[in-house]
Structure formats: C-alpha cells, structure tokens
Design a protein around this ligand. Structure first.
Ligand code: CP3
Length: 342
C-alpha cells in the first residue's frame, strides 16, 4: 500500500489529505524539552543520532502524523563547510561571517562535509528502521539563498540586509557562496536519500525578500538545479519546495523548478492558491501557526476551510510556518481531528 504522503506527491487527490507539521518535534512538547535537556544544547541534540531519532519519533507516537521530518537544522551545512556555529538562548543562531574572496576560499570542499554530517545520516538510518510502515520520512536542507543570509550576516536578520548588500556590492563573492551551497545541498540531500529519506524538502524561508530577476536567479534557479540533480541521481524521490512569502512567485514555481510540491505560507489565501498554484501540482499548507496557540472554534473552522479549498487537487495539510514554543499540544490534536474527522 502506498503511503498517503507519497500518493499526494504523485498527484493523487485523496478524500482526507495527509498531514504533518513543520517543527513538529519542538519545544511545545514536554517530551522534546526533556530529551533536549538530556542532550545538553540544541546542536548536541542534532548530532546525537539516538536522541535526534527519539525526538523525531515523539510527535509520531503522540499524534500519528503521516510524515516524520528528520530532526536537524538548515545551518548544519554551513557548519560542515567550515563556519563556526552556535546558538544563543532566547536569540537564535550565530555564525562566523563570510563576506570576502578570502573567506570564500577558506570554505571546505563539498567532499569533506560528511566528516561533520555523518551523524545526521545515522539518524536517518535509525528512523527508516523505526518509523511505522505508513509514515513517510522527509529529509531536508535550507535553500542556498536562505542559508547564505545567515552566513553573510552571522545571524538571523529581519530584512536580510547584509546578504542584499553583498549581492549588490560584490556579486562574485555572493554567487560563489550560493554555488558552494548549491553543490553542498545536492550532496547532503543525496546522502540523506541514500540513508533512507523518501522525500526531501528545500526550505527557502527568506525567498520573499528577493524580487523580480533576483527571485528568478537566486530562489528559482538554485532550487531548479538541486531538484534536477536529485531527480537524476535518485529517480522517483519527490521534492517539496518552500519559497516562503514568495507571493506571486508561487505562480509557476512547480514548472520553473521541477519540484513535485510547493509549500505555502500564510500570506496567501487557500482559495487563491488552489486556483493559481495547485493547478500545476501538489501543494502543502497552510494553516497559520498562531491557531496552535489560540485554538477554539476558529482553529476548527479555518482547518476545515483550508481542507475544502484544496479538496479538488493533491494536497498535504500543514501549517504555513513552524509551530511555536508557546503552542498548546491539545490544539494539535484538535487540528488533526478537524482534518481527519471532517
Ligand atoms: O521541522 C522540524 O521539526 C525539523 C527540524 C527543523 C529545525 N529547524 C529544528 C529546530 C527544521 C526543518 C528547521 C529549519 C530551519 N532552521 C529554518 C527554516 C524554516 C524556518 O523556520 O523558517 C531556519 C531559518 C532555521 C534556523 C534556525 N534554527 C533558527 C533561526 C533557530 C532559532 C529560532 C528558534 O526557534 O529558537 C533554530 C533553532 C531550531 N531549529 C529549533 C528547532 C527545534 C529550536 C531549538 C531549541 O530546541 O532551542
């Protein structure tokens, strides 16, 4: 029997859409907080295959989601390429910056990244053994533009200003970083697939700050290159693209990149996306994650409205962005009941 997520990705329309949730393994769950405390800090958890597999499995046990997403982070790739990476509690990631020719030249070659990333592949192997047979295992990486915004600024930024400044000020270095990340991502995702990932997702969280020709060159084109390479090396492995807040850039994204599914954020309405995006293939999304905090009838109504809007085509139910630490775990149960129970 084919898994429901894989059916949706193959274009099948199902009465009940399969469901999983971005950041489903996370701080809103007491069992996650306990395992994270056991691991020490966040990065120690990412690089501990047994514990990373354990937190990946926790939301599957609790909720029976149709997919599990590998527990890791998009910033492990720059770390594997030689950037220093650490997390400041309450603030987020910090990295050593890269903005010059010299710093670009110091990045490690792609064939050395496995020295750092091999524990991640081990997590994938454990999961592919331990997941229930109906659950799909999703691997992932950040899109080159989004990862570059953190490498260039050395941290998360509201407007990705430093990355835009490098793009406009020293295009050769900027494009050199994107190229290295594109090659690294192809290698990293291929290794995840060889270890047992059945689907891969490319997170372009800051795609929305690229406009016009920049969107085409630095969001669409890297995603197209990565998808083409994955499809050539691993025929049959579906790819999900997430050009968050792309707005009109969502239109035609399936065809321009070759992805099997386009993940939608909350800035677009389900009715609009059903007409303009789902006509080209499977879509994923897009309940606002704030409903996981506020709950109530609005959560149920909005969940049903999204299921209905996308019922004419292939759809994977998800949030429009990751669930937040202040979410109530019971609201996740209500969302799943509203999707599955109608
Ligand atoms: O979805 C999942 O459950 C899979 C695991 C996953 C994590 N991060 C775990 C994580 C995935 C797919 C990501 C992607 C990621 N990481 C993105 C793209 C998606 C998005 O959210 O926009 C980005 C931009 C990052 C970088 C990152 N990692 C930031 C900015 C932060 C700090 C913000 C925060 O929530 O604290 C992280 C930390 C992080 N990554 C956590 C988790 C569960 C929280 C760490 C903790 O336990 O303290």
């Amino acid at each position: 029997m084919t898994k429901t997520i894989l059916k949706a990705l193959a274009g099948e329309v199902q009465d009940v859409p399969p469901i999983w949730m971005m950041r489903q393994a996370g701080r809103y769950l007491p069992e996650y907080r306990a395992t994270r405390a056991q691991a020490g800090d966040f990065l120690s958890l990412c690089y501990n295959p047994e514990l990373a597999a354990e937190v990946t499995l926790q939301p599957i046990r609790r909720y029976g989601f149709d997919a599990a997403i590998l527990f890791a982070d998009i910033l492990l790739l720059p770390q594997a390429l030689g950037a220093d990476l650490w997390f400041v509690t309450g603030e987020g990631p910090r990295l050593s910056t890269i903005t010059s020719e010299d710093e670009l030249a110091q990045l490690k070659p792609v064939d050395e990244i496995d020295e750092t990333l091999s524990p991640i592949y081990e997590t994938v192997r454990i999961l592919s053994r331990e997941l229930p047979s109906e659950t799909t295992l999703i691997g992932f990486a950040g899109a080159p533009w989004t990862v570059a915004t953190y490498m260039i600024a050395g941290k998360g930024t509201k407007d990705q200003g430093p990355a835009h400044a490098l793009k406009d000020g020293n295009r050769a270095v900027f494009e050199g970083i994107l190229d290295r990340l594109t090659e690294g991502t192809i290698h990293y995702l291929s290794k995840q697939i060889e270890a047992g990932a059945e689907v891969v997702k490319i997170f372009d969280s800051w795609a929305g700050s690229l406009k016009g020709e920049d969107f085409r060159k630095y969001a669409v084109e890297p995603c197209r290159r990565i998808t083409a390479a994955i499809k050539e090396r691993h025929p049959g492995i579906p790819v999900i693209g997430f050009p968050r807040e792309a707005g009109e850039g969502y239109v035609g994204f399936h065809a321009a990149t070759g992805v099997d599914c386009v993940a939608l954020d909350n800035s677009v309405s389900a009715e609009w996306a059903a007409k303009e995006v789902q006509k080209d293939g499977c879509v994923q999304g897009n309940l606002a994650s704030t409903h996981m905090v506020t709950g109530g009838q609005a959560l149920v109504d909005e969940t049903r409205a999204i299921v209905k809007a996308f019922s004419g085509g292939p759809h994977i139910f998800n949030l429009g962005h990751g669930i937040t630490p202040d979410a109530d775990p019971d609201n996740v149960t209500r969302m799943i009941e509203a999707v599955r129970g109608g």
